[in-house]
Structure formats: structure tokens, C-alpha cells
Design a protein around this ligand. Structure first.
Ligand code: GUN
Length: 284
């Protein structure tokens, strides 16, 4: 029986710490505000954004909602970001992705002040991650590292396999595991034998967006399995990229979906907002 890594409980602990720190900041006259920019009406994005505002409310972090029409131009969006970059009550800026096709996401990300980039997506922050310098870190992989730490799982000397190579999860995840002295493999859609790569993993992080892709025969007995997926199974039920019911029987530790990585991603955003408001940069 695997240890169940309880992301929900750990996230609650991180939010209560963020709340204490936000109170301290306010007492010092610093406003730890978060501006959340959403362009268009994508229902999933709206749900995520609502959840972020709720988290802010719980943590005593003022949140500013900028829900813009689908027709917003690049110039309008860049002009808003320029205004937010200059506001002293906005410590963090988040532009919900994906953006509508007519907008240039790379230019939008690059227009956010790196010191307010609480998503950790700006090339400056990703560059700092590559170079091992303190900076704002992307929330999902930062949340995974925190879960490993809290459960006493040291990546040093372990074979860590990351499945997926997105800029939001897979690539920064592999760099953070590398910084923690794991031997890192990144498997992706072009990998000849993904199952074989997974079977070599002591720590397996799966971020593919494919429901229940990782089955028990892909997992080394005793491995730590981290599921970043948020998918729907055949019956429409929420599930991850890992076949939890089967893999749980052989893994050493595993994250559930829901209640694993998801709440941790949101909690790390709160931590990043507080860090940005303090003007301190976090390392890994
Ligand atoms: N869309 C999906 N995940 C994320 C995220 O972590 N941040 C932002 N800004 N957009 C997303």
C-alpha cells in the first residue's frame, strides 16, 4: 500500500502560512495584491480564475480582477500590463493561459515585470531557474518539490523521470529535480519507449494530459508517483494521467487526483505573491 501524498492538507498549511505573512506585510504598509488577467470566456479558465480569487480572499491577499473581452487587442493588453507593472498595490500579476489565438502569448509574458511574475513564466525567471539563481518559480513544479520535501523524499541520487515537456510543467520540473541532484530523464511524445523510461524511475512525474496513461506495468515497485494530470475518464469523472487504482497497489507513494498536485499549485501561487510583495526571491 502506497503512502498517499495529501496535497490538499499540505496546501491548506501553506495557505495559512501565506495568510500570516500577508498580515505581517499589511502591518508594514505593504499591499500584497494579485492582479489576475483573463481574456475571453473559456469556461475552464474562468473556473481556475475564480478559484485563485477565492484563495486570495482566504489568505488576506487583495485580488484585482481584469476579465477582458475576447476581442482585446495586443496593444490593449500590453498597456494594461504596463499599468499593473507600475502599481504599488499590485505585487503579483498573472495572465491566465491560454490566450486567444490572435494574441502573442510570448510577448505578453515578456511584458510582465519579472519581479511581479508570480507564475514564473517570464524568460528572466526561467533563465534564473536554469542558472540555479533565486527567482520566482512556476507554481506546479514548485508544488511538487514541496510535496517531496514534506514527505521526506530526497531526489538526490534518484532516477527522476518527467513525462511531458511543457514550459509550464515538464521543463521547469526537470530543472528543479536536477537542482535537487536527481538524475533526470524527460520523456515526451517523441520518446521511442515511454513505458521503459517510466519503469526506470524512482520518482515519476507525469504531466501529459492523457487520462490514465500510466498503468501499473509502467511503474517500478516502490516508486514515488506524482500525477499532474486533470483529466476526465470514459464516464466523465475527474482523473489524472496515472491509473490510480492500479498504480497505488505497487507505488511507494502517490498523489491522488483530485487532492494532490492541483491544490498545491494554487497554494504555491499564494506563496509566490507573498514572496513578490516582500521583494524576496525563492530558490530551489
Ligand atoms: N493555465 C493553465 N495553468 C496555468 C498556470 O499555472 N498559470 C496561468 N497563468 N495560466 C495557466
Amino acid at each position: 500500500m502506497a503512502t498517499i501524498i495529501d496535497g490538499k492538507a499540505l496546501a491548506a498549511k501553506i495557505r495559512s502560512q501565506a495568510k500570516r505573512e500577508a498580515e505581517e506585510l499589511r502591518a508594514e504598509g505593504v499591499v500584497p495584491g494579485l492582479a489576475v488577467v483573463l481574456v475571453g470566456n473559456d469556461p475552464a479558465s474562468r473556473t481556475y480564475v475564480r478559484a485563485k480569487h477565492r484563495d486570495c480572499e482566504e489568505c488576506g491577499i487583495p485580488s484585482f480582477d481584469y476579465t477582458l473581452s475576447e476581442q482585446t487587442t495586443q496593444e490593449e493588453l500590453l498597456s494594461l500590463l504596463s499599468e499593473l507593472n507600475g502599481r504599488s498595490d499590485v505585487a503579483g500579476i498573472l495572465v491566465q493561459m491560454p490566450l486567444p489565438d490572435h494574441l502573442d502569448a510570448e510577448a505578453v509574458i515578456a511584458a510582465i515585470d519579472p519581479a511581479k511574475d508570480v507564475d514564473g513564466f517570464h524568460p528572466m525567471n526561467l533563465g534564473k531557474l536554469v542558472r540555479g539563481l533565486p527567482g520566482l518559480r512556476p507554481c506546479t513544479p514548485a508544488g511538487v518539490m514541496r510535496m517531496l520535501e514534506e514527505y521526506g523524499i530526497d531526489p538526490a541520487g534518484k532516477n527522476a523521470v518527467v513525462v511531458g515537456r511543457s514550459s509550464i510543467v515538464g521543463k521547469p520540473m526537470s530543472l528543479m529535480l536536477l537542482a535537487a541532484n536527481a538524475t533526470v530523464t524527460v520523456a515526451h511524445s517523441g520518446t521511442a519507449d515511454v513505458a521503459a523510461a517510466c519503469r526506470a524511475a524512482d520518482i515519476l512525474v507525469v504531466a501529459t494530459g492523457r487520462a490514465k496513461m500510466v498503468t501499473a506495468d509502467w511503474v517500478k515497485p516502490g516508486a514515488v508517483v506524482i500525477d499532474v494530470g486533470m483529466d476526465r475518464d470514459e464516464s466523465g469523472k475527474l482523473c489524472g494521467d496515472v491509473d490510480y487504482a492500479e498504480v497505488e497497489k505497487i507505488a511507494g507513494a502517490i498523489t491522488p487526483v483530485p487532492g494532490g498536485v492541483g491544490p498545491m499549485t494554487r497554494a504555491m501561487l499564494m506563496e509566490n505573491v507573498v514572496a513578490a510583495a516582500r521583494g524576496i526571491e525563492q530558490g530551489c
